[in-house]
Design a protein around this ligand. Structure first.
Ligand code: CU
Length: 142
């Protein structure tokens, strides 16, 4: 029995390299980031989902385009906020920052080491219900 020729082998190798290059490009555009650029309005986070790598230092740049005070709170893994953000939920805050109207603030935090989906919320009364809720997706370190 005759095996594949050298020319055939080269073709297969070339195809594999091409596929790998394509998948790398795809990963680069939607993979975890060490930056969170968030725009805050009354009453929305935009975007409302971010992906970071576990344990990485993350820089948050928050631009406030609204008129009332807001904040960004990342909740501990598995937190259930229920109907509204109340005193009970304060104990489950992983990280938080306040943002004043017409300002841009930068802050840093270390992403949780446990991969999973974390809630991101504004804890001002009524704001979560109005739509100020989002997701921080923590991806496992590669
Ligand atoms: Cu708010």
């Amino acid at each position: 029995m005759k095996g594949p020729s050298m020319a055939q082998m080269k073709k297969v190798l070339l195809l594999l390299l091409l596929l790998q290059a394509l998948s790398l490009t795809a990963c680069g555009s939607s993979g975890p980031s060490t930056r969170i650029d968030i725009t805050i309005t009354d009453f929305m986070f935009s975007p409302d989902e971010f992906t970071v790598s576990a344990g990485e230092e993350i820089t948050v740049r928050a631009t406030h385009n609204g008129t009332v005070a807001h904040n960004v709170k990342i909740m501990r893994y598995g937190s259930d906020l229920g109907e509204e953000f109340d005193d009970e939920d304060k104990a489950n805050i992983y990280w938080e920052m306040d943002v004043r109207p017409d300002g841009t603030e930068t802050a840093r935090f270390i992403a949780p080491t446990r991969p999973g989906v974390y809630l991101l919320v504004c804890a001002m009364p009524g704001h979560m219900q109005a739509g100020m809720i989002g997701r921080l997706v923590v991806a496992a370190q590669k």
